[in-house]
Design a protein around this ligand. Structure first.
Ligand SMILES: [Zn+2]
Length: 435
């Protein structure tokens, strides 16, 4: 089933999208260059005015926005910083980043921008095939982080029944799901698997529940084959990814056609792909850093926001009717994980995806980046089942890495039980590079 929340916007052609995006970008710039102290100062310092932007290609005249700038601004301008276009009384929602580095960023929304966030979420829910007939359960403690708040608002706009299961024990939540005909569960992939474990311990078969969709934010997983397959086999439901950022908003639309790719919602965001080394645009398909401008949140915008996330833009377009571009595998890495080996840029996740194809259940691997003789080096360690011959396998994996990534990577083995078990690609990557 191909679902839309706003069919006209979601099925716009590339040409129509350009017109839509340019109009909204110009309106945004006109407002913020007058009323938003943060961007007014930034644009002045950069010597750029809204009237300099006459095509989408002109966006490169605007400076990038870095997370560190927002952090510094909030440190200097207590408590919310100066990225506020409207008087403080107009803001109705507060959220903060989960941030692994530095102080969390505080983010405010007005009624209008919160409605916009809900609209983005409703588009993503509809794309997953969720409708007003669905009952969505949120086994999530609704704290200050935005992830499931946005989806809760999206469910409201879609007209689906949304039920918060915050503050409950896992078993209580499972029983609730079984007793209330819940059809969609919105939680992290890790928690979906935790619920499956607890259900099994109590002799409850989640496959017999009416849950047909699991909807995931806050963590990758719905696009990672190993996790995806575990969710499908334990829940008998189809997992969907809903990637987003507190600063820019939720840009991801995971449609029913795609198992391993997610659209960028180009009706609501202007998306740029840049080379992490040169900072220049990568036209068309390719791998690079995602830069986002949100087009519906003038009250606290993110304009040319450098996400630090590495994505791979597909050469192909989807059959779902959306002309939004596709990101293969979602977020495939972070800019600071990029390794340049003999002039080639490579991300540990690309090596992991190739390696995983050759491994059996129970086998593990680790990718190690190091500095040898002043040069970056990459090594893959395999932990194979005891009775599995290694030589041919090593040859095959090294061969595919060489042909796909144009890179010679050393592949070796370690004794069984050596490597940590992990569900996440990031934990399988060990960075020992000298900086
Ligand atoms: Zn699609």
């Amino acid at each position: 089933m191909l679902g839309y929340f706003d069919q006209e916007a979601e099925t716009a052609s590339r040409e129509e999208l350009v017109i839509l995006q340019l109009g909204r970008l110009k309106r945004l710039l006109n407002v913020v260059s007058v009323d938003n102290a943060f961007y007014k100062k930034k644009f002045l310092a950069h010597g750029v005015r809204p009237e300099d932007i006459n095509s989408l290609a002109d966006i490169v005249k605007l400076p990038f926005t870095y997370k560190g700038e927002f952090q510094q601004d909030q440190a200097e301008n207590h408590p919310y910083g100066t990225n506020l276009t409207e008087p403080l009384k107009n803001y109705v929602r507060y959220h903060q980043t989960t941030g692994t580095t530095g102080k969390p960023l505080k983010w405010l929304d007005t009624r209008d921008s919160w409605t916009w966030r809900g609209r983005c979420a409703a588009m993503s829910l509809a794309a997953a095939g969720i409708t007003a007939k669905d009952i969505i359960f949120f086994p999530f403690a609704f704290g200050p982080h935005v992830a499931y708040w946005g989806i809760f608002e999206g469910a409201w706009q879609l007209g689906a029944l949304a039920i918060s299961g915050g503050g409950w024990e896992t078993l209580q939540r499972i029983k609730f799901i079984m007793e209330n005909d819940v059809t969609v569960v919105a939680c992290t992939p890790t928690y979906a698997l935790r619920m499956a474990e607890v259900a099994q311990e109590h002799g409850i078969d989640l496959k017999k529940s009416p849950v047909r969709i699991t909807f995931h934010a806050g963590e990758p997983g719905a696009l990672i084959p190993s996790i995806r397959n575990k969710i499908i086999s334990s829940w008998g439901a189809k997992p969907f990814d809903y990637p987003g950022l507190t600063e820019a908003g939720a840009y991801g639309v995971h449609c029913t056609v795609q198992d391993a790719a997610v659209h960028v919602n180009e009706a609501e965001f202007f998306f740029e792909l840049i080379d992490p080394k040169t900072q220049l645009a990568i036209p068309g398909a390719g791998t690079g850093e995602m830069v986002l401008t949100n087009l519906g949140r003038s009250c606290s915008p993110a304009i040319r926001f450098k996400t630090g996330d590495i994505v791979k833009v597909s050469e192909n377009y989807c059959h779902c009717g959306r002309s939004f571009r596709l990101l293969e595998g979602g977020i495939i890495g972070r800019v600071d994980e990029m390794i340049t080996i003999r002039g080639m840029n490579v991300f540990p996740s690309q090596v992991g995806t190739i390696t995983e194809k050759y491994l059996q259940i129970g086998e593990e691997y680790q990718i190690i980046a190091s500095t040898e003789k002043g040069m970056a080096n990459l090594k893959v360690l395999l932990e194979l089942a005891t009775d599995r011959p290694a030589e041919q396998l090593i040859h095959n994996i090294a061969g595919e890495l060489r042909s796909t990534l144009e890179l010679r990577v050393e592949v070796g083995t370690v004794a069984p039980g050596t490597l940590d078990r992990s569900d996440y690609k990031s934990k399988r990557f060990v960075d020992r590079r000298e900086r």
